[in-house]
Design a protein around this ligand. Structure first.
Ligand code: ATP
Ligand code: MG
Length: 248
């Protein structure tokens, strides 16, 4: 990819002082307490940390799915929360993919139709979208399940449809929250391999996981504790400064 030019030093995502407090009734939970994070193009960033410490909130806020209380998030050089809702939604559709368990598939559409959607919303011809959807379902091991609706698939199969849907449009930035959580070890291994393949192809990924082995398999590990990034091993800019071309 870019090597050492200045363009590759510009993060595709930059968060500064991001805070998020959930309020339910009179109860407040400070889920993010001032998060700073830079993600550079081509990075595979693993995020780990104890349950309830803010990892999912981090993904929701840094991707613009949820609002923040304070701080800034810059994506592709633009202020994410300075955009209108419509702009933010369009930006997300064109640039981001999501592998979230809670990110529900559309129940009345078949698996193949669910996977086609991100292509259709960005103007890909229906015939091409159908072909790419089938290729992607094949890659997640669901070649013969395309015509089934989500309700007719197992939890792990539904999760694999979510993976196919997130990757089919080859988004620049992929957010994954426990992508292997509901899968048996063989299927989990295949999904991990697929994530490493899309990383090798130049896409950027931020992956939350409780799986120690998966967490250590990336080039960078970010630890989240109590709403803060407390440890960040091998961020790309440090490797750049050390003269190692991590993105090429
Ligand atoms: N919608 C919400 N309303 C109120 N509190 C919330 C909400 N979502 C999350 N929280 C709280 O915010 C904190 C951080 O939650 P978050 O889901 O980000 O944790 P997590 O690190 O992803 O945990 P896990 O590993 O269990 O998925 C927790 O205390 C949680 O109870
Ligand atoms: Mg979570």
């Amino acid at each position: 990819m870019h090597g050492h030019d200045t363009a590759s030093l510009q993060p595709i995502l930059s968060a500064r002082g991001v805070t998020k407090t959930y309020r339910t009734g009179s109860r407040e939970v400070a889920a993010l307490r001032g998060v700073d994070l830079d993600v550079h193009a081509g990075e595979l960033v693993m995020v780990m940390g104890p349950s309830g410490n803010g990892k999912t909130t981090l993904l929701n806020c840094l991707s613009g799915l949820d609002d923040i209380d304070a701080g800034t998030v810059t994506v592709d050089g633009k202020d994410l929360f300075g955009m209108s809702d419509a702009e933010r939604t369009r930006h997300r559709a064109q640039r981001m993919g999501f592998i979230f368990q809670a990110f529900n598939l559309i129940p009345v559409l078949s698996a193949a139709e669910n996977v086609e959607l991100p292509l259709l919303v960005t103007g890909v011809a229906p015939k091409v979208a159908r072909e790419r959807s089938h290729e992607m379902l094949d890659r997640v091991g669901l070649a013969n399940r395309g015509h089934h609706r989500p309700g007719e698939l197992s939890g792990g199969e539904q999760q694999r449809v979510t993976v196919a849907r997130a990757l089919v449009a080859e988004p620049a930035l992929i957010w994954a929250d426990e992508p292997t959580g509901a899968l048996d070890s063989r299927t989990a291994g295949e999904i991990v391999e697929l994530l490493h393949e899309v990383h090798a192809a130049g896409q950027t990924l931020v992956v939350v996981t409780h799986d120690e082995e998966l967490g250590r398999s990336g080039q960078r590990l970010v630890q989240v504790r109590d709403g803060l990034v407390v440890n960040d091993e091998h961020p790309a800019h440090e490797l750049h400064l050390a003269g190692v071309a991590v993105t090429s």
